[in-house]
Design a protein around this ligand. Sequence first.
Ligand SMILES: Nc1ncnc2c1ncn2[C@@H]1O[C@H](COP(=O)(O)OP(=O)(O)OP(=O)(O)O)[C@@H](O)[C@H]1O
Length: 305
Amino acid sequence: MTEHEPAPGVAKVDPILVADDVVRRFGGLTAVDVDHLEIPRGAITALIGPNGAGKTTLFNILCGFDKANAGTWSYDGKNLSGVPSFKVARMGQVRTFQLTKALSLLTVLENMKLGAPNQRGERFWPSLLRPLWRTQESEIDVRARELLARFKLADKAGDYAASLSGGQRKLLEMARALMNLPSLVLLDEPMAGVNPALTQSLLDHIVSLREDGVTVLFVEHDMHMVRHIADWVVVMAEGRVVAEGPPDTVMADQAVIDAYLGAHQEVDLGVVTGRVAAPTDPETARHEQELIEEIERERTEAGDE
Ligand SMILES: Nc1ncnc2c1ncn2[C@@H]1O[C@H](COP(=O)(O)OP(=O)(O)OP(=O)(O)O)[C@@H](O)[C@H]1O
């Protein structure tokens, strides 16, 4: 990946995501203070670090779910600073987001359709061009069902998402992100709250994304979880990137061990923790609500026909 020893901020041959001088403060607390970070294209990168290291905050900034106080970041050479998350998604960089209460009241198939790009959000034109809209609808339906089959959720298509187990929800979140044909997928603790049997299946799906040419960046609290699948590991502590490199090199790095042990995480290391729902920026929440209302209208129309 590089001719030099891996060090925080190391340059990559072909980065897909580049961040510079990104700072996020909450009152007097500096949650993120990253000088320079490059995410390699076509690889699986894990963002790890102890509790409170700033991983989630940085992740949310990179995909437009939170705003930084300072800094710039770009995806595929396009500046993303200040771009809201649903526009970031249309550019091909998609994050998974946890099933909110509203989304769990939709069926599994409807959840999948919500992940499709450039359709309902721009609905004036499609409604004027109804036949075209219908073609797009059936293409979306086919893609959704193919992905559900791949993620072994085909027989759940008509079930409410609320009825899925924790692990199945994680599979649905990942499958839904793929509706957007992304080139970069950001996964927020994909293994959190998942039983060991499904963890292996989730890990396999992450590896299969890379095989499809998709770049993956995922946040993980448990550093042992990443050893098997990450090509590259970025370690954060106290808002900063303290180390990066291949998993085995990083796990043996004294700065990394100190960061974890210094934060008194030794008891927590093997634990897969449940996470709170990711925050939603107001614009994305409004967009999501509009989509839900439209699905509900379509359900009513279908019932009337
Ligand atoms: N909305 C917020 N308001 C105030 N402080 C916040 C907010 N979000 C995060 N923080 C603080 O910023 C710091 C970084 O938090 P962040 O959630 O990014 O860490 P993390 O590395 O993802 O930790 P974890 O593994 O526990 O999820 C913490 O001290 C946290 O308390």
